[in-house]
Write a protein that binds this ligand. Structure first.
Ligand SMILES: [Fe+2]
Length: 274
């Protein structure tokens, strides 16, 4: 049987790659330490596959076809199209179609209706954290892309349910496979709107506290009522909610949080107990 060996989350942001050489040394050290710690934990876990929970930044989908949640079944996935990610490797990224199909079939048999794609590209949302974690070799990736750009969006209640469903799928996967979950995105940030660059540290800290307490009700209340006011990038906390649902309230460890205006993101890094 498969084993869920770790559940992790990390923020991302284009400037963490594009402007890396211009960032203050202290910020680079802190970001490097956080991504590095997640990379060490992932390596120590022996994960052969990472289920990557991420937004799609208009890389695969647009207004003519915008699934709420899409599972990538490809043997491999295209690498990031952004010029600032041109050095990302491996490209293409190895997939795991058998596990992806099992997750999809488990979902459909439990009244969830995901979309699917055999031809996804992974953009900076997943690839930036993966590159900063310096995983060698890169585990296979099963991407689950969630619409966090164009409302209406999945409710946070449904994201938690998706997490429980994902846990059920991993726990029932018959192949002896070590599987980790990596959620990326958030916390507060605002991109391409009048509040561009704003970070809501108070919201971020309340979000972290709610995750640490583990109770779903207060977390859902905070996110449903507060996330939309914490900048359009805060919609990406849905990936954290899915990870939280998969963890089943067994415990949450914040590795670091730093509101970083230089990269426009309230940057947070975490691991859940599995
Ligand atoms: Fe993003």
């Amino acid at each position: 049987m498969a084993e869920l060996v770790g559940i992790y989350a990390a923020s991302h942001g284009p400037l963490i790659a594009r402007d890396w050489n211009r960032l203050p040394e202290a910020l680079k050290r802190r970001l490097s330490a956080a991504y590095g710690e997640l990379g060490r934990r992932l390596a120590t876990s022996g994960a052969e596959v990472i289920v990557g929970l991420a937004p799609d930044h208009w890389t695969n989908f647009f207004l003519d076809n915008l699934p709420s949640l899409c599972i990538g079944l490809g043997e491999e996935h295209g690498g990031p199209p952004e010029p600032f990610m041109r050095d990302f490797a491996p490209n293409p990224v190895p997939g795991d179609p058998a596990l992806a199909r099992h997750i999809l079939e488990t979902a459909l048999s439990h009244d969830f209706e995901p979309s699917l794609s055999y031809r996804l590209r992974l953009d900076h949302g997943l690839c930036l954290p993966l590159s900063r974690m310096a995983l060698a070799p890169m585990p296979r990736i099963v991407p689950i892309l969630i619409n966090e750009l164009e409302p209406p969006l999945l409710s946070y209640r449904r994201c938690l349910a998706w997490g429980r469903l994902l846990r059920r799928a991993i726990d029932s996967y018959p192949a002896p496979t070590r599987i980790a979950i990596l959620a990326t995105g958030g916390l507060s940030h605002s991109i391409g709107e009048p509040t561009m660059g704003a970070i809501d540290e108070d919201f971020d800290r309340r979000c972290i506290a709610a995750l640490a307490r583990g109770e779903e009700g207060p977390l859902i209340d905070l996110l449903e009522h507060g996330a939309a006011r914490a900048g359009n990038g805060a919609h990406e906390i849905r990936n954290w909610a899915v990870a939280h649902g998969a963890a089943g309230g067994r415990g949450f460890e914040l590795l670091d949080y730093l509101p970083a205006p230089e990269v426009y993101v309230g940057c947070a890094y975490a691991a859940w107990r599995v």
